[in-house]
Design a protein around this ligand. Structure first.
Ligand code: NAD
Length: 481
């Protein structure tokens, strides 16, 4: 039984409450440990430590910060197997996925921002012969970083790395459902030589530890990734304190397949974009739209590929689909399948808990990959984020209709478009209301590009220099000539 403590000022400390939350392995339903149930006092202690460390960290030369961050990346790499194992046990995700996506991306996040700060430039504006203006970018102080459970280490490091690379210190609050890799990361930052107080990690529920961070007067900046409803609460608390806020929220992403697409590739990638991580990725393409002339052929092939997915023990290297994060979440997703039936939809495949699971995972929170047809775009299942292995398929007649369907939700995170017609690809990509449009691919991530959502999928952009801009404040210095 692993007990996860807070990491404050370079030390592992129990929460002030003395209470712990059970940590459940979603694949077995068994308790594998517990994590600190922190509240405002713990957050305050972490903020004090971070503010103290900021004085010298902000003055540490970029080359030295870079060296330390690269050391963290190296240590994540040295502990690759253990981290993948922890991520899989904690979140129910297939270990193969943790090895392919989660841990490699955590390494990349640290390497990327460690080197990015060595290439940062600032602007200079010359006002005729009267003045010289230059811009300096300065870290803000204590960054509050709040991350979800679906890609725990991947998203936590996507925030910690740029925050501290830019010279801030941070208080991070990972999801209470997946504390294990954050806990290991804390130890690795210490081993790497990151000074005490630069990285602090406080565990606990969003309502207490998370809110304490968003409403803390000494935390001038909040980077939040999670659900749209939570994002609104973060904004409501941070707004009156004029904090800088970045929100990466939910999605209901369209995946549009035109008749001229390479169907083989479109099917193979759409299987990933529908069901990777049990559909628990904000970027999953949960609404498939297929041009009418190839609809039947595409759906046939897609259903065939769905049925071949191996659902089972996440620790088995051949498993494609693991367990959903919690039992209530599984029930919520099942509720949407039921709602789809009531709304007139047809379940083409899946829709139920799998039978004949290996004994070790017989009590886990599994759901078969599910494909639903026959729903109108305005139905709730087509409008709300399900966040499970559930995808809808809908035929369309023209690019205009596909665009209208794609834009018919309040979300705008990402989209995929499949076509071999270059002009159509550019035209449709420009018309879709989302922060990212992938053409003939999905989840291909260059860390330099702006990443974020339109509409209710978020506020602001992270990635590359956008992240470094967010984690610093621009100051204009005007010198009269
Ligand atoms: P969530 O909003 O419930 O929780 C996210 C984090 O916020 C957790 O650490 C939680 O403890 C904390 N939290 C909860 N209530 C809070 C509050 N009132 N104040 C401050 N913090 C609070 O989301 P989740 O269920 O952990 O994650 C799933 C959601 O995240 C999905 O909607 C998904 O689309 C979204 N997501 C978005 C992105 C993106 O990049 N846009 C990436 C991954 C996940």
């Amino acid at each position: 039984m692993k007990r996860v403590l807070n990491f404050i000022d370079g030390q592992f400390r129990p929460p002030c409450s003395g209470r712990y939350l059970p940590n459940v392995n979603p694949a077995t339903g068994g308790v594998i440990g517990e994590s600190a149930e922190s509240g405002p006092e713990d957050v305050d202690a972490a903020v004090v430590a971070a503010a103290r460390a900021f004085d010298s960290w902000r003055r540490t030369p970029a080359e030295e910060r870079s060296r330390l961050l690269i050391r963290v990346a190296d240590l994540i790499e040295e502990n690759f197997d253990e981290l993948a194992q922890l991520e899989s046990e904690d979140g129910g995700k297939p270990i193969a996925l943790a090895r392919r996506i989660d841990v490699p991306r955590a390494i990349r996040n640290f390497r990327f921002f460690a080197t990015a700060i060595l290439h940062a430039e600032t602007a200079c504006h010359i006002t005729d012969d009267r003045a010289l203006n230059y811009t300096i970018r300065q870290p803000l102080g204590v960054a509050g970083l709040i991350s979800p459970w679906n890609l725990p280490l991947y998203l936590l490091t996507w925030k910690i790395a740029p925050a501290i690379a830019a010279g801030n210190c941070c208080v991070a609050k990972p999801s209470e459902l997946t504390p294990l890799t954050a806990d290991r990361l804390a130890a690795l930052t210490l081993e790497a030589g990151i000074p005490p107080g630069v990285v602090n990690i406080v565990h606990g529920p969003g309502g207490s530890a998370g809110r304490a961070l968003t409403s803390h007067p000494k935390v001038p900046l909040i980077s939040f990734t999670g659900g749209t409803k939570t994002g609104a609460d973060v904004m409501a608390r941070a707004g009156p304190l004029f904090k800088k806020v970045s929100l990466e929220l939910g999605g209901k992403n369209p995946n549009i397949v035109f008749a001229d697409a390479d169907l083989e590739q479109a099917v193979a990638t759409s299987i990933q974009s529908s069901f990777a991580n049990q559909g628990e990725i904000c970027l999953c393409g949960s609404r498939l739209f297929v041009e009418k002339t190839v609809y039947e052929e595409f759906v046939d092939r897609f259903l065939g590929a769905t049925k071949k997915l191996r659902i089972g023990d996440p620790q088995d290297a051949t498993t494609d689909v693991g367990a959903l994060i919690t039992e209530p979440h599984l029930r919520k997703v099942e509720g949407y399948v039921e709602l789809a039936r009531e709304e007139g939809g047809t379940i083409l495949v899946g829709g139920k808990r799998p039978e004949n699971l290996p004994e070790r995972v017989a009590d886990g929170y599994f759901l078969e990959p599910t494909v639903i047809a026959g729903l109108d775009c305005q139905r709730r299942v087509m409008q709300e984020e399900v966040f499970g292995p559930v995808v809808t398929v809908t035929p369309f007649d023209s690019p205009e209709e596909a665009i209208a369907y794609a834009n018919s939700t309040r979300y705008g995170l990402s989209a995929s478009v499949w076509t071999q017609d270059l002009q159509k690809a550019h035209r449709v990509a420009a018309a879709i209301e989302s922060g990212t449009v992938w053409v003939n691919t999905w989840l291909l991530r260059d860390l330099r590009v702006p990443f974020g959502g339109m509409k209710e999928s978020g506020l602001g952009r992270e990635g590359g220099f956008e992240s470094l801009d967010f984690f610093t404040e621009a100051k204009n210095v005007c010198v009269k000539l």
